[in-house]
Ligand binder design. Structure first.
Ligand code: 13P
Ligand code: SF4
Length: 318
């Protein structure tokens, strides 16, 4: 087994060259979320938001999927590909939002509202997906919601901020689970107002996992992909970006002349970073590929149950 010590002398470029060679040898595809480190995004075959990565996991001809993201993303890839080897650089890269929704409590929530269907954010465990009717991401949640008949009661979880934003946009009354993402929920109105005063020409753009007090000041609200697309289309030259700052790497690549300011978390902490996404380091990515572990597995009954809402999502957002 190759260890971190064996590769400690290698430069970033040497490690990236080894990763690219291993990709060919294993017939592997590397899927990376926009919140991962630039050196990971550079070796990935697909860099995307949660929806793009779920689609890429569904449609690929590789034998091995290496997922540089958080656990629920790699787990979703395994649910879609039971016959493939799915690897993660660090299996401890969990999503605290997903983990904030325990199976027993969510089951009780459903049982207390038997006439409601459950639309669940993809940032959830396989067990929660198995208890849900339809999965969604921040890119397709509004579109999926628009296909649910008026009058149908809806449970939405686990993100309270995305749920509140969807309820406001759609005018629908939803039963919302009170989880949140610590990265996005850390942004406050006070900090945004200060940042806008410091950068008067910059547009504030925000992810719907942010609180309503932040979203109400934003000129555009959207998923990571939608924010990226917006910065290309907007005539503005500078943006205050209220989401995980990993996306700024791709924003700068696509719009080299524009300025991107990470939204401040508080005066002492200028950026709100997802620690779990940053566990995907290049050395761990290489070691996962060379050692074929950590491997993601999902028990078959659970996989079949969790596949249903994911398939429904992919059909409803095709
Ligand atoms: P999207 O990738 O859907 O924008 O979600 C953001 C996020 O927090 C992923 O964990
Ligand atoms: Fe989870 Fe938030 Fe990190 Fe996304 S940014 S993986 S929702 S903790």
């Amino acid at each position: 087994m190759t260890t971190a010590t064996d590769i400690s002398q290698l430069s970033t470029e040497e490690l990236q060259a080894r990763v690219r060679a291993l990709k060919k040898e294993l017939n592997a595809v590397i899927l990376a979320h926009y919140y991962t480190l630039p050196e990971i995004q550079q070796v990935a075959d697909v860099v995307g938001d949660s929806l793009a990565l779920a689609r890429a996991a569904q449609k690929n001809t590789a034998d091995v999927i290496v997922f540089a993201g958080v656990y629920f993303m790699a787990e979703t890839a395994k649910i879609l590909n039971p016959g493939k080897l799915v690897l993660m650089p660090d299996a401890d890269a969990g999503c605290p939002l997903a983990d904030s929704c325990p199976e027993d409590e969510f089951r009780a929530f459903r049982e207390a509202n038997p006439d409601a269907i459950a639309i669940t954010y993809i940032n959830s465990t396989a067990a929660i997906k198995a208890l849900s009717d339809i999965t969604c991401t921040s890119s397709n949640a509004e579109h999926i919601l628009s296909q649910i008949p008026q009058g149908q009661r809806i449970i939405f979880g686990p993100d309270r901020n995305l749920g509140a934003w969807l309820a406001k946009r759609s005018g629908r009354d939803m039963l919302i689970w009170q989880g949140y993402c610590y990265v996005h929920d850390a942004f406050t109105e006070t900090c945004m107002v200060q940042a806008m005063a410091m950068h008067p020409g910059a547009e504030l753009i925000a992810h719907p996992e942010c609180r309503e007090e932040v979203l109400r000041h934003a000129s555009f609200v959207g998923s990571t992909q939608a924010l990226l697309d917006y910065t290309q289309k907007s005539p503005s030259n500078s943006f205050i970006v209220a989401t995980e700052p990993g996306i700024i790497y791709e924003m700068q690549l696509r719009s080299p002349g524009k300025t991107f300011i990470p939204a401040p978390k508080d005066p002492a902490n200028p950026r709100s970073i997802c620690r779990q996404m940053k566990l995907n380091t290049l050395d761990r990515l290489y070691l996962a590929m060379v050692n074929r572990q950590p491997e993601i597995t999902v028990e078959e009954n659970l996989r079949e149950a969790a596949l249903k809402p994911i398939t429904r999502m992919l059909e409803m957002s095709a």
